[in-house]
Write a protein that binds this ligand. Structure first.
Ligand code: ADP
Ligand code: MG
Length: 238
């Protein structure tokens, strides 16, 4: 059973169609990237999977649980990395992780275990005790992923995880996402970055005006071939 799936998922606002009959699935071990211009329906897709929006048609499932009907069960295995990870600037990385674990009501792990959780996402040791207000975007994302993983999330939704990252941070994020997939997570990422999507994804979906219009296997294509196809699909768009 796929960890993330949608079946005929749609969202309308009056006559405006934000998402139309979306069928997709992401298995454990897999990374799916969705590409699409502004207004393509990417954020709507993530918000429906998160249960932030009610679908107009169809359904979204996380680990087989219907997100709309059974939101708590679905969210229990779901991790979400928003484009901007909101953190308390004065807390350190370790304190932030401890804070979120406390908030969830789980017993707090020992210091060494918290450090290991930050090591796992590649947050360097000298940052663990630094205030997160001084973190770069890449560091905030690593911490955000550590928080998601700390609750046992197996399905991960990433909204524009690469925007604003320098090349080194982007490389590290791609490597981290691949490592998480190799550990058995299912990852759905929305991005504008064709080059990184090609490195990161097992499949790339191209969305346009609320519809998934093509699914690509990036291993058989170069980034420039993917870009040419993408530009071709986006022609005629205002
Ligand atoms: N709350 C809303 N009310 C009306 N239209 C909306 C609303 N949210 C999104 N839309 C429309 O739905 C379409 C898809 O939006 P969105 O999912 O945000 O696209 P993307 O994230 O790919 O840029 C757009 O045309 C957008 O204007
Ligand atoms: Mg969006």
């Amino acid at each position: 059973m796929p960890l993330i799936s949608t079946h005929g998922l749609g969202k309308r606002y009056g006559r405006q169609v934000a998402l139309e009959a979306l069928d997709l699935s992401v298995e454990a071990g897999e990374v799916l990237c969705l590409l699409g211009a502004n207004g393509a329906g990417k954020t709507t897709t993530l918000n429906l999977l998160l249960g932030f929006l009610a679908p107009s048609s169809g359904e979204a499932r996380i680990d087989g649980r219907n997100v709309h009907q059974d939101p708590e069960a679905a969210r229990a295995v779901l991790g979400y990395l928003p484009e901007v990870v909101q953190l308390y600037p004065l807390l350190t990385g370790i304190e932030t992780l401890r804070y979120f674990i406390d908030l969830s009501g789980r017993p707090c792990p020992a210091q060494a275990e918290l450090q290991a959780m930050l090591d796992r996402v590649g947050l360097q040791r000298d940052a663990h005790d630094r205030a997160v207000g001084q973190y770069s975007k890449g560091m905030r994302q690593k911490l955000g992923l550590a928080i998601a993983l700390s609750k046992g999330a197996r399905a991960l939704l990433l909204d524009e995880p690469l925007s604003g990252l320098d090349p080194k941070a982007a490389n590290e994020l791609v490597a981290l996402v691949r490592a998480l997939a190799a550990e058995g997570h299912a990852i759905l990422a929305v991005t504008h970055d064709i080059f990184r999507a090609q490195q990161m994804a097992d499949r790339i979906g191209i969305m346009r005006q609320g519809r998934l219009i093509e699914m690509l296997d990036p291993r058989n294509m170069s980034a420039s071939e993917i870009e040419a196809l993408y530009v071709h699909h986006l022609r005629d768009l205002a």
